[in-house]
Write a protein of this length. Structure first.
Length: 238
C-alpha cells in the first residue's frame, strides 16, 4: 500500500511540475497548426479593402501564416506562424514594406512566453522652423497621406508636414539652414509621388499599391542625386 501511495504522489507531483513548463506552449498551441508564435502589426493608414487585400496577399507569401486578420479602422494586423521557424520581427517588417505599407508597431508573443516588441522611430526635432511652403502633391488615400508626410518628416530640418487628401496639397515647415525646398520635393518623389515642381520616377511610382497609383502630374523635371551623395540636380528627361 505504501508503494502505491508513493507512486501516486510521484505522478501527481510530476503533473504539477510539468504544468508551468508547458502552460505557455499549450496557450499558444493551435489544434490544427501546432505550436505557434502570435504576431501583431500596427499598419499605418489602411485606406480601403483593396489595401487590406494587397497586404494579406503579400504576407501570405511567407509560407506558414495562419489566422490572418486585419482591422480596417485601426490598421491592426494579426496572424500566427509556426514557432519552430522562429520568424523575426525584422522579416515581418520587411514583408510589410514590400507590400508598400508602413509597420508602425510590431509585437510577437513566442510560444515559450517571451515577448518581442519594435516600434517605428520618429526623428527627433531639436530645431525651430523659419520657413513654410505649400505645394501640390498628387495622391489618393490615407496610405498616400502617410507616405507623403513621412517622406518630408524624414528630412532633418523639417518640423511638420500635413497633406490634404481633399486639396492634394502639402504644407511643410522647415529650417532653411538644414534643408531646402528642392530636397523636400525630391524626398516626396522618392516615395513615389509627383509634386507641382518635380516628377517621381516611373520605378518609384510603380512600387505604389494599385489603389495609391494616382493620376500623374504633367511635370517634366526630375530631381536626381549626384554621385550618390546628399546633393541633387534637376534633370529634364529627353
Amino acid at each position: 500500500m505504501k508503494h502505491i501511495i508513493k507512486l501516486s504522489l510521484f505522478i501527481v507531483l510530476s503533473v504539477f511540475i510539468g504544468i508551468p513548463m508547458n502552460a505557455q506552449n499549450k496557450k499558444n498551441k493551435d489544434k490544427k497548426d501546432g505550436i505557434v508564435d502570435k504576431f501583431t502589426v500596427q499598419v499605418d493608414g489602411l485606406g480601403c479593402p483593396f489595401c487590406a487585400y494587397g497586404l494579406e496577399k503579400k504576407m501570405q507569401e511567407m509560407k506558414g501564416v495562419k489566422k490572418f486578420k486585419i482591422e480596417m479602422e485601426s490598421g491592426l494586423t494579426s496572424f500566427t506562424y509556426p514557432a519552430e521557424k522562429m520568424l523575426s520581427l525584422a522579416e515581418v517588417k520587411a514583408q510589410v514594406d514590400k507590400a508598400g505599407y508602413t509597420p508602425m508597431d510590431l509585437k510577437v508573443e513566442r510560444a515559450d512566453g517571451t515577448l518581442e516588441h519594435e516600434s517605428l522611430e520618429t526623428p527627433e526635432i531639436d530645431y525651430e522652423a523659419n520657413q513654410s511652403i505649400d505645394f501640390a502633391v498628387n495622391g489618393n488615400c490615407n496610405m498616400c497621406e502617410g507616405r507623403i508626410e513621412r517622406a518630408a518628416l524624414a528630412l532633418y530640418g523639417v518640423s511638420s508636414a500635413e497633406w490634404s487628401k481633399k486639396k492634394k496639397r502639402l504644407k511643410v515647415k522647415y529650417l532653411d539652414t538644414e534643408v531646402d525646398e528642392k530636397a523636400i520635393h525630391f524626398a516626396i518623389n522618392q516615395a513615389g509621388y509627383d509634386t507641382e515642381k518635380a516628377k517621381a520616377t516611373q520605378e518609384a511610382y510603380d512600387k505604389l499599391p494599385g489603389c495609391c497609383q494616382y493620376e500623374r502630374m504633367k511635370v517634366d523635371v526630375q530631381f536626381k542625386p549626384i554621385n550618390n551623395n546628399a546633393k541633387e540636380e534637376a534633370n529634364t528627361p529627353e
